[in-house]
Design a protein around this ligand. Structure first.
Ligand code: GCO
Ligand code: MG
Length: 402
């Protein structure tokens, strides 16, 4: 089966998404997500200018060889733009292979390891009471695992706290908006938040929290320790992900489980964290870490060390990524949890899909392929709109990690 054409579709049904569509001489087509939040057009150009001319005429069945061609062959390895482009190609080819086999993708990967995929949603509020209310709303919707984020008293705005708890959107303006940060205020606030939240939801709901790379290792150790009584499922991205040595220090202070990896692109970025058992969950995704082919390698390495998967799944990852991720999650033996935020109605209409949510679990569908398609006519009605992620400054104006 030869690849005859490939096109990049950029659409903005509420937010920007980049989708690669691959066509073959047998009439089968496949799609892959290539969305890199705030840098969408860079991946679109990488695909159009550099990848697509190389794809035409290749055998669509040679997924591994095509992956190696784009990873090894380009010489400039890794990085979010390159790896998102490779991920889109890889996902589209797995979609085609599964359609050719007339099977849902999880069957090709090795079949079911579980009935459903436990997901967590984001509950956030401007203060503790608001956050508790949002957490209870998620519990009522059937979620078994809930991420809680709250505004910090004395700070004008904080990451992860949006006006609308259902449709969280980090890229909120054409030029970056600015958040404010003060570590002392945050460290005083966080244990108070989780004391109230745990009290309200009871012991059986999994609670998660995202620190978004903002602390020093020592501060992260203090935070983890102060949250131990509330038994978190994980604390996420406690320190900037570049310095992996930091985790050794954090581990000496706290047994609160740690999840890292949403900004990693390859197995090389996380191999030391995994092999030194410095994390408990690896958050790499289909779209930013080289597709199904590469995510599988990361998960297999992680399994050797009892590290489980917890893939990133904010709304800036399109339903195409979510569909592929659910097939992966349905198969992967060392599954932990999947992040899942509902997309808007407009987004769901552009990307019809067969996955379903029930009682805190997502279920991959049985349609051959990964079960997500794109309505190109509708997509064309939503042209690209510039949007960037926010930045973060300390109260004295210093640029900080966001
Ligand atoms: C998460 C993430 C997101 C990212 C966003 C960036 O845990 O869901 O931290 O909120 O910041 O996906 O594009
Ligand atoms: Mg995060």
């Amino acid at each position: 089966m030869k690849i005859t054409n490939a096109t990049v579709i950029v659409t903005c049904p509420g937010r920007n998404f980049v989708t690669l569509k691959i066509e073959t001489d047998e009439g089968l087509t496949g799609i892959g997500d290539a969305t890199l939040n705030g840098r969408e057009l860079s991946v679109a150009s990488y695909l159009t200018d550099h990848c697509i001319p190389n794809l035409i005429g290749k055998d669509a069945g040679r997924i591994e060889d095509i992956w190696q061609f784009f990873y090894r062959g380009c010489y400039w390895r890794r990085g979010p733009v390159t790896m998102s482009a490779i991920a889109a190609i890889d996902t589209a080819l797995w979609d085609i292979k599964a359609k050719a086999a007339n099977m849902p993708l999880y069957q090709l990967l090795g079949g079911r390891s579980r009935d459903g995929v436990m997901v967590y949603g984001h509950a956030n509020g401007t203060d503790i009471d608001d956050t508790v209310e949002a957490v209870l709303k998620y519990k009522e919707m059937g979620y078994r695992a809930i991420r809680a984020q709250s505004g910090v008293p004395g700070l004008k705005s904080t990451y992860g706290v949006s006006k609308d708890t259902m449709f969280y959107e980090p890229a909120d303006a054409a030029l970056p908006s600015e958040n404010e940060w003060d570590t002392v205020k945050y460290l005083n606030h966080a244990p108070k938040l989780f004391e109230k939240v745990r009290d309200a939801v009871g012991p059986d709901i999994h609670l998660l929290h995202d620190i978004h790379h903002r602390l020093t290792p020592l501060e992260a150790g203090q935070l983890g320790r102060s949250l131990e009584p509330f038994k978190l499922f994980w604390m996420e991205d406690p320190t900037p992900a570049e310095n992996q040595e930091a985790l050794k220090l954090i581990r000496q202070y706290t047994t609160t489980p740690i999840a890292i990896g949403e900004i990693f692109n390859t197995i090389w970025d996380c191999k030391d964290l995994i092999q030194n058992q410095l994390i408990d969950y690896i958050r790499t995704t289909v779209v930013h870490a080289g597709g199904i082919t590469h995510l599988r390698r990361i998960a297999d390495l992680a399994a050797l060390y009892q590290v489980r998967t917890g893939s990133h799944g904010a709304t800036d990852l399109s339903p195409v990524c979510m569909g592929a991720a659910l097939h992966f999650d349905t198969w992967v033996p060392n599954f932990g949890i999947q992040e899942y935020m509902h997309h808007t109605e407009e987004t769901d209409a552009v990307f019809p899909h067969d996955y379903t949510f029930k009682d805190g679990f997502l279920y991959a569908g049985e349609t051959p392929g990964h079960g997500v398609t794109i309505d190109e006519e509708l997509a064309a009605k939503y042209p690209y709109k510039p949007a960037q992620l926010p930045v973060n400054r300390l109260t004295d104006g210093t640029m900080w990690n966001w």
